[in-house]
Ligand binder design. Structure first.
Ligand code: FES
Length: 163
């Protein structure tokens, strides 16, 4: 009589199995999610060197005195009598895209009002760091290329030979 009372009812066993299976499924999915996030955390978040270099056309496409916003690259390509330079359009405060401010001969950030002079130096906060300069070079086939993966000191121009 006592043995008969201890036997689980088939319906309860089935429900218990279902809950156990669901619990294991949820636990497995959680572990997989945590492992995936950890792997993403450990992997590099930088753009590989080769992908950071962009060909942007021939020098004669950019007249002296031009300031061209390359939206795809978030870079301003500027050309003056000294040559070409590439100035990052990424605001050093929180990363908004700065716009050319022709009236003030510089750049302004529409997000929080930072202003930068023509050289990219901050003149009004909250941004405190200068906009990055990226190297501009000529490719072997005579096209301009910008390396957005590298920052260089302000004042570096690509001067073209004018023979
Ligand atoms: S992101 Fe440019 S001022 Fe805040």
């Amino acid at each position: 009589m006592a043995i008969q009372d201890l036997k689980p009812e088939p319906e309860n066993t089935s429900r218990r199995d279902l809950f156990a299976t669901a619990g294991w499924a949820v636990l497995s999915a959680s572990i997989a999610g945590v492992c995936g996030a950890f792997v993403r955390f450990l992997s590099s978040n930088t753009v590989p060197e080769a992908l950071s270099v962009s060909l942007i056309g021939r020098p004669d496409e950019y007249p002296v005195g031009s300031a061209t916003f390359l939206e795809e690259h978030r870079v301003y390509l500027l050309r003056d009598a000294r040559g070409f330079r590439a100035l990052s359009a990424v605001c050093t405060h929180l990363g908004c895209t700065v716009v050319k401010d022709a009236a003030r001969h510089g750049f302004r950030c529409p997000c929080h009002g930072s202003r930068f002079n023509e050289q990219g130096e901050p003149v009004v906060g909250p941004a405190r760091r200068a906009l990055a300069w990226h190297p501009v070079a000529l490719s072997r086939d005579g096209r301009l290329q910008i390396d957005r993966g590298r920052a260089i000191g302000a004042g570096h121009y690509l001067a073209l030979d004018r023979r």
